[in-house]
Design a binder for this molecule. Structure first.
Ligand code: PLO
Length: 495
């Protein structure tokens, strides 16, 4: 029989020590039986592998309903701000899902494992940025660092700015000086915050710029005021430039531009192609903008929560009194001995992250997030709000509790969950993280050393909701700053 030979081989193989080989009808049946077993085992293995692949193998993320042209916009109509809406949609679609903004594919990530994969493990693959109408107006078509796409020029810029921020960071007098042009900056800057990069309709459907658009008009006006200020600073710096003195960030950028232009080595001169005047101006615009808007926003949230939680304020003041006293202002060197104040800053950054959706990332090649396939060009939104309010990671996430960032004894700082990324992470991590933490510490420690903050009588407590935009700002509110006993500063009221 044609099957008996392999079956015999099988038998031989399985019983190498068999001294009396089976023969006759019995051996034929045995061979058939073994073949059947082998066949069944193979079939089962194939089914198992297929199931595994369909369960865990490459697949598209769950998708919100989509219509032609408008994409998933119908499912995104909501009175809630986008970060809260995206968090809520997890219930129906899971922690990572996709949707369409017009014709643009977007993946929303609401959990820290996938967020870390995007930002850290595959940081370079996801280092792209989308181009939108409003960010193009702000950044002269992406010639800055925050909104600029990933490229050699971008990497070069970032390296210079990183170096300059390190140089003019800690110990620099520039933090303490208040610039007289600051007020003007705050004014135009608010106009930009209100109109840029908030996935407005014109960013989703660029052809809408053909029609009159009040927001776009305001943005262009504010950008032109900003540009005049930047140009003035640039011209002043260029006129007084010296290779031997570096006063600030702009001097550092100018120096890098000159040395790249004078340097003929292949690597540097290739990179210098991108270092135009526009790039320098836009980079300075980023640093000014980010420096002003982010720090003031976190301070406003800190004041909001301190008014809501007077016991937290009291505990910070006790810590300040015992570790610093009243005779001198707190200094950066005191940071290590004021853990409760540091924990409070961390908790403010958790409960109200400055940029609850960070800035969208773009996949630069076909890739994956967890078991989900991601096509090149897909936008990825990291919902920091979901990470910072994840019930599985944080006990009572809506409760303001600085203590969660301290060890049991309350003596040293901890990060209790991996689901905490207030400054993002990886290739695009916030360049000003260290500077921001220093500024927040200096401002808050000084304020609380001198004043107790409260709500003026007749006013209600400030809202905790926030206004969504490129940064999440608290609504305006009034606050009483009462000088503490022993402090000579006068009482003042601010808004
Ligand atoms: C704030 C208004 C300014 O006029 C321009 C500006 C520049 C850089 C932006 C910043 C704005 C908002 C906060 C941003 C920052 C770059 C990085 C930072 C987006 C729009 C954050 C939080 O990611």
């Amino acid at each position: 029989m044609w099957l008996s030979r392999p079956a015999q081989l099988l038998c031989d193989a399985w019983s190498p020590l068999n001294q009396t080989p089976l023969s006759g009808p019995l051996s034929t049946h045995m061979a058939w039986f073994l073949c059947l077993c082998a066949f069944l085992a193979l079939a089962l293995l194939a089914v198992h592998l297929k199931l595994r692949l369909s369960m865990h193998g490459p697949q598209e993320p769950p998708h919100l309903p989509t219509l032609p042209l408008i994409g998933s916009l119908m499912s995104l109509r909501s009175p809630q701000p986008p970060h809260v809406l995206f968090k809520g949609l997890q219930g129906k679609y899971g922690q990572t899902y996709s949707l369409k903004m017009g014709s643009q594919s977007v993946i929303v990530v609401n959990q820290h494992r996938h967020a870390r994969e995007v930002l850290l493990k595959k940081g370079k693959t996801f280092a792209g940025r989308p181009r939108t109408v409003t960010t193009d107006v702000l950044t002269r078509d992406g010639k800055d660092i925050a909104f600029g796409d990933y490229s050699a020029t971008w990497r070069f810029h970032r390296k210079i700015v990183h170096g300059a921020l390190c140089m003019f960071g800690e110990g620099s007098a520039s933090i303490e000086k208040i610039n007289p042009e600051f007020e003007a900056m705050l004014d135009y800057s608010q106009g930009i915050v209100d109109t840029v990069a908030k996935d407005s309709l014109v960013d989703i459907f660029p052809w809408l710029q053909m029609f009159p658009n009040a927001d776009l008009c305001l943005l262009k006006q504010c950008v032109s005021i900003r540009d005049k200020l930047l140009q003035k600073k640039y011209d002043e710096h260029k006129a007084n430039y010296s290779d031997h003195v570096q006063r600030d960030l702009l001097d550092a950028l100018l120096r890098a531009k000159r040395s790249a232009e004078n340097n003929n080595t292949a690597e540097v001169s290739a990179e210098s192609v991108g270092l135009s005047e526009d790039h320098l101006l836009m980079t300075v615009g980023d640093i000014f903008g980010a420096g002003v808007e982010t720090t003031t926003t976190v301070l406003k949230w800190a004041v909001t929560y301190l008014i809501h939680h007077p016991q937290v304020q009291r505990r910070i003041q006790e810590e300040l009194d015992s570790k610093v006293g009243r005779g001198r202002s707190p200094q950066l060197s005191d940071r290590g001995s004021l853990p409760y104040l540091e924990a409070t800053i961390r908790e403010v950054l958790r409960i109200r992250p400055v940029a609850p959706l960070l800035i969208p990332h773009v996949a630069l090649s076909d890739t994956s997030i967890g078991d989900f396939t991601v096509r090149k060009g897909t936008r990825v939104i990291i919902n920091l709000w979901s990470l910072h309010h994840d019930e599985k990671e944080w006990k009572n996430p809506e409760l303001f509790d600085p203590g969660r960032f301290l060890n049991n004894e309350g003596t040293s700082l901890i990060i209790p969950s991996s689901s905490y990324l207030p400054f993002g992470a990886g290739v695009r991590v916030c360049l000003g993280e260290a500077l921001a933490k220093m500024e927040l510490f200096l401002f808050l420690s000084w304020i609380l050393q001198h004043f107790t903050l409260s709500v003026p009588s007749g006013h209600s407590l400030p809202s905790l909701e926030g206004k969504f935009g490129v940064v999440l700002q608290p609504a305006k509110f009034k606050v009483n700053a009462t000088p503490r006993a022993g402090s000579e500063t006068n009482k003042c009221q601010a808004c």
